[in-house]
Design a protein around this ligand. Structure first.
Ligand SMILES: Cc1cc2nc3c(=O)[nH]c(=O)nc-3n(C[C@H](O)[C@H](O)[C@H](O)COP(=O)(O)OP(=O)(O)OC[C@H]3O[C@@H](n4cnc5c(N)ncnc54)[C@H](O)[C@@H]3O)c2cc1C
Length: 438
């Protein structure tokens, strides 16, 4: 049976390639050049819409490890990225035109992939993978809403930074919830004196910000304003808003701080902490500089930076199962950024997983995701774990099962061993024999 893949970006190309590699057939629908997105410039498949850096190559960095995982899973995207790499220090930087041209060539010459240049406005029959990305066209977005319910498809993300819990100075922070309204352990408060608050406020206002793109309509942000925009509204706006200290007393002196930055657990193990209400357009180095002015955050390690941008993604914990199928329509799989991951290669990895999962399910077999000790498994677990505050996520070690900074090398080794074992099992289950090299 033919599997339809909607969207010829990084995830769609990877999904179609995996289906073909396993012996299936895919029809890959790409709307460009017939319909355009506000950012793509070419007709090529797998076009990188912004930076040509695919981030670190060091496998002791989560982004580097994700690349190695993709290599071991025979990803076409990483193969072509390696082939078209240009000097970029410790990052994998590609020649963007050659990268997209080579990907297009590989896909178009593959006899098991049929490329159709057409905008999909209603979801085709049979097994379908939707990989239409952060700029999914409106008619298709309406179709996804029909399957997932309004309110479960989001068009912007307003992301607060996430920091490594081990990197907080506990001598300068205390657990408490405002007026004891929730469990005291739910919030870790980082207090500021009046002078510290004033300096922090001034730094927020003067920090360098990322430009909004023309198509990013700021009106959408009213409900979820960047922290620096709140700061611009007045010296005390933050102290009466997300930094309000009411109902909080520092156990060290029994006094109420002038202001606090509240950190909330991002996952069950509590090794990732979210800066509540600090969605921001500050540039990444500025986020480090400004947030480290909070005494308890002086040496903090950032796992995810804050951002606010145009995106299209589902509320994954409500909409997706661990096979990356829509709970409401299991013949429909999601892949790429629309699943709720962030970034070129995270999207690629979710394309690879969706391609294998759709192929396996099309053959009447059972897909099981890799364990949460791997990048793919950790991301799928994040996407499918109940989360009232779900926001898109990039790869970081905080997502890994049992991760600690002290045992990073062991976690990396375990990841690579576990992905190998998973690959052997899933392929032998998919093909009923182990025919591919591992
Ligand atoms: C402005 C902007 C800047 C970004 N900068 C970066 C960055 O610097 N680094 C980074 O890691 N990530 C960045 N991202 C995120 C990055 O774009 C995604 O992580 C990645 O491209 C997602 O891959 P994808 O395959 O899911 O979607 P895409 O690569 O966007 O591919 C989706 C494809 O689907 C097609 N499509 C959409 N609707 C339809 C339809 N109805 N029918 C047929 N085809 C359709 C589109 O034309 C597109 O080719 C940025 C995103 C945006 C919007």
């Amino acid at each position: 049976m033919e599997i339809s893949v909607i969207g010829g970006g990084l995830a769609g190309v990877e999904a179609a390639y995996q289906i073909a590699r396993l012996g299936g057939n895919a029809t890959l629908y790409e709307m460009r050049p017939r319909a355009k997105t506000p950012v793509h410039k070419s007709d090529l498949l797998g076009e990188l819409v912004c930076s040509n850096s695919l981030k670190s190559m060091d496998i002791l960095n989560a982004h580097g490890l994700l690349k190695e995982e993709l290599r071991r899973l025979d990803s076409i995207v990483i193969k072509i990225a390696d082939e078209t790499a240009i000097p970029g220090g410790r990052a994998l930087v590609v020649d963007r035109d050659r990268f997209a041209a080579r990907l297009t060539e590989e896909v178009e010459k593959n006899p098991a992939i049929h490329v159709v240049r057409q905008e999909i406005t209603s979801i085709p029959g049979g097994t379908v993978i939707i990989a239409s990305g952060p700029l999914t066209s409106d008619p298709l977005a309406d179709e996804i809403i029909r399957l997932t319910n309004a309110g479960n498809l989001h068009f912007y993300d307003a992301i607060s930074p996430i920091v490594d819990a081990e990197s907080i100075d506990r001598e300068k922070a205390f657990y408490a919830s405002r007026y004891g309204k929730s469990e005291a352990g739910d919030y870790l408060n980082c207090p500021l004196t009046r002078e510290e608050y004033d300096a922090f406020h001034d730094a927020l206002i003067s920090a360098e910000k990322m430009e909004l793109k023309d198509f990013e309509n700021t009106a959408y942000f009213e409900g979820c304003l960047p922290v620096e925009v709140l700061a611009e509204r007045g010296k005390k706006t933050l102290a009466f808003g997300p930094m309000k200290p009411v109902g909080l007393y520092d156990p060290r002196d029994g006094k109420r701080p002038y202001a606090v930055v509240q950190l909330r657990k991002e996952n069950a193990s509590g090794n990732m902490l979210n800066l509540v209400g600090f969605q921001t357009k500050m540039k990444y180095p500025e986020q480090e500089r400004v947030f480290r002015m909070v005494p308890a955050l002086k040496n903090t390690v950032f796992l995810r930076y804050g951002s606010i941008h145009r995106n299209t993604y589902v509320n994954a914990p409500l909409c997706l199962n661990e096979k990356l199928q829509l709970r409401a329509a299991e013949r429909v799989f999601l892949a790429g950024q629309i699943t709720g991951v962030e970034g070129y290669l995270e999207s690629t990895l979710m394309g690879l997983m969706a391609g294998i999962s759709a192929f396996v399910s099309d053959r009447g077999k059972t897909f099981f995701p890799p364990p949460a000790s791997t990048c793919a498994g950790a991301l799928i677990r994040y996407l499918t774990t109940e989360n009232k505050h779900f926001q898109p996520m990039n790869i970081n070690f905080g997502l890994f099962e049992g991760y600690s900074k002290k045992t990073k090398e062991a976690s990396v080794e375990r990841c690579l061993a576990d992905i190998r074992t998973w690959k052997i099992h899933i392929l032998s289950s998919a093909l009923e024999k182990n025919t591919l090299s591992c």
